[in-house]
Design a protein around this ligand. Structure first.
Ligand code: ADP
Length: 181
């Protein structure tokens, strides 16, 4: 399922499904700081892309990636050209900078996509799985951060890919607040 919205002459798609199947230039991975793979969406991306992603992470990023920063690799067997790996924050109650770190993950991913002159990018719901970030707040941060930068980049399409109907509806509600006003 997918819904499309126009924003400042650009397109935002809300998609319910598997991010590894998205036909976009860049897929964003909710990685962990080791950049050595993991569970959830990270595991799905490494499985779908194949060994080459892990090999590139080890070779190019021997020290991994700090929370809120972003690193890029190719996308192996997936339709996308690149994967941007960004470790979002672990939710610890909201008083240790989680909000600004999640903003940084989105901001640094968009900046890197722009450096690579990408036309389209797909985000999962970073930090809202095992990292425990409250989804309503995370959706607001994701949408606000991405939309505030969108029109100053090479990007013409952004996909927010949600794995469950519940998450999809939460993003839909947040997006309406930004777009239909
Ligand atoms: P984090 O560690 O950042 O919380 P997770 O991978 O645990 O990352 O979860 C982030 C979100 O990604 C969750 O909402 C989870 O349901 C979702 N997810 C898991 N697999 C996929 C997939 N293949 N495509 C899109 N989203 C996925």
């Amino acid at each position: 399922m997918a819904m499309e919205f126009k924003f400042e002459e650009r397109t935002i798609a809300l998609v319910k499904g598997d991010i590894t199947k998205q036909e976009v230039d860049i897929i964003v991975n909710a990685a962990n700081p080791s950049l050595r793979g993991g569970g959830g969406v990270d595991g799905a991306i490494h499985r779908a892309g194949g060994e080459v992603i892990l090999q590139e992470c080890i070779q190019k990023y021997p020290h991994g990636c700090k929370t809120g920063e972003a690193r890029i690799t190719t996308a192996g067997k997936m339709a996308a050209k690149w994967v941007i790996h960004t470790p979002g924050p672990v939710w610890k109650g909201g008083h240790v900078g989680e909000v600004s770190l999640l903003e940084s993950s989105y901001r640094n991913s968009i900046s890197l996509a722009n450096e690579y002159k990408a036309d389209s990018i797909a985000f999962p719901s970073i930090s809202t799985g095992v990292y425990g970030f409250p989804i309503h707040l995370a959706a607001k941060i994701a949408i606000k951060t991405v939309l505030s930068m969108f029109s100053r980049t090479t990007l013409s399409r952004v996909h927010f890919v949600l794995f469950s109907e519940k998450d999809f509806q939460i993003y839909f509600k947040e997006l309406k607040n930004f777009i239909i006003n």
